[in-house]
Design a protein around this ligand. Sequence first.
Ligand SMILES: [Zn+2]
Length: 183
Amino acid sequence: MTNCSKCANAKAETRVLAEFDASGLLGTPFVVLIHDAVKEKFCSGCEGIIGHVIPSPDNLVAVVAILRACNPIKLNGAEIRFFRKSVGLKAKEIAERLDLTPEQFSRYENGKKPISDVYEKLLRAEVCLHHLESVKKIDVDIRGLLAMNIVSVRDVAKPITLRLIQVTIDDDDNKTKWRNEAA
Ligand SMILES: [Zn+2]
């Protein structure tokens, strides 16, 4: 049991949060709200927050990456970086798969130049195919993704917010499954 650093005698208690903004912990450049799944440890003495526990965080990153890849709003540099980190590849490695030079890819990732729609769709497909190996129970239409019409950020009224709800499914792996709730 972890005790509070401010009042050593107080007990750590746990509550499940109705809503938790996981953007900071996941490193997403858009908002990810998790409902009724994140446990918050807090001190019963001073109410100080000790920490948060997200169930199956790796699986969550994969789900979030897939959901963003299926959302047609144009990717910005920070999102391209999030995608690359989510698949654990270096800029050079992912550039090779997209048939780009590392310099071209870095310009997109650093936001110096917008990625062209064709490369953006290839990147989305690559990210989905990678994560679909670990995330089951999500259907992604790769053909549809490659035919997607990318939507300009200028035409979007609200910033991207993903809302995730934990789903209990009985199967062999013990990973948490997530369902996307339309924002
Ligand atoms: Zn305390």
